[in-house]
Write a protein that binds this ligand. Structure first.
Ligand code: GUN
Length: 282
């Protein structure tokens, strides 16, 4: 039977730490500030942005919301990013993805000052992660490392399998596990004999985007299973990429959905906002 890894509790711990750091800066007259840009009204983005703004308020971080229309041109968005890059009172800039089809996400991400790129998506920060330089880490994979460490799960020397190779989760996840001395395999849609590969894992990170795809046949007894997915099941209940009920008896530890990885992403974003100020002043 699996130990449940409580992402909500661990995220709350991290948020308390960030809140204390933000309060310290406030005493020095420094207000940690995050600019959040949302283009259009994608329903999922509205939920994420609302959560981010609410969490900022909880932690004493000032959020500047730019909710701009779907028809905004790429040029207009780029000039807003430029303006925020130049503002000394803005520590972090976040452009909520996805962007409308007429705007290049690549161009917009590349336009953000890497020192304010609290999402860790800018090519400079992606490169820094790969070479081991200091830089911002993307929230979801960085949050997963915190989940593992704060649950007393050692990564050093472990067989780690990441399913999924996105720029936001799979690839940076593999880099971070490697940095912690894991033996890392990335599996994806072209991987042959997927269950054979995933059954090697001591630590299995699942970021496929297919609801309840990972059943016990994919999991070694006692493995740690981290579920990045978020879907609605046949009863409209939230569920992940892992069939939680099926895997529960086999896994040694598992993250629930909701209440696992999800809360960690925002907590790490807040951590990055605070870190941005620390780096600026160091
Ligand atoms: N869309 C889905 N996840 C994210 C995220 O972590 N950051 C941004 N900016 N957009 C997203």
């Amino acid at each position: 039977m699996a130990k449940i890894i409580d992402g909500k509790a661990i995220a709350a711990q991290i948020k308390e730490e960030v809140k204390a750091g933000v309060a310290e800066f406030a005493k020095q007259g420094i207000t940690v500030t995050l600019a959040v840009i949302q283009v259009g009204e994608d329903p999922a983005s509205c939920v994420y942005v609302r959560n981010k703004k609410r969490t900022c308020t909880e932690l004493g971080i000032r959020s500047l919301a730019y909710e701009i229309p779907e028809q905004t041109s790429e040029e207009e968005l780029l000039s807003l990013v430029e303006e925020l890059n130049g503002r000394e009172d803005v520590d972090g800039i976040l452009v909520q993805l996805p962007l409308p089809a007429h705007i290049s996400e690549k161009k917009v991400i590349a336009a953000i000052d890497p020192k304010k790129d609290v999402d860790g998506f800018h090519p400079y920060n992606v490169g820094a992660l790969s070479t081991g330089e200091k830089g911002f880490l993307p929230g979801t994979p960085a949050g997963i490392i915190q989940l593992l460490k704060r649950s007393g799960i050692d990564i050093d020397g472990k067989e780690c399998v990441v399913i999924g190779r996105s720029n936001i989760v799979g690839k940076p996840m593999a880099q971070l596990l490697l940095k912690e001395n894991g033996t890392v395999t990335i599996a994806h849609s072209h991987t042959k004999n997927l269950p054979e590969v995933t059954r090697r894992a001591d630590i299995l990170i699942v970021a496929i985007g297919q609801r309840k795809m990972i059943t016990k046949e994919f999991v070694k007894a006692g493995a740690v299973v981290i579920d990045v997915g978020m879907h609605r099941d046949e009863n409209n209940k939230l569920c992940g990429d892992v069939d939680y009920a099926d895997v529960f008896e086999t896994a040694g530890a598992i993250t629930p959905v909701p209440g696992g990885v999800g809360p960690m992403t925002i907590a790490m974003l807040m951590h990055n906002c605070l870190e941005s100020v620390r780096l600026r002043l160091s």
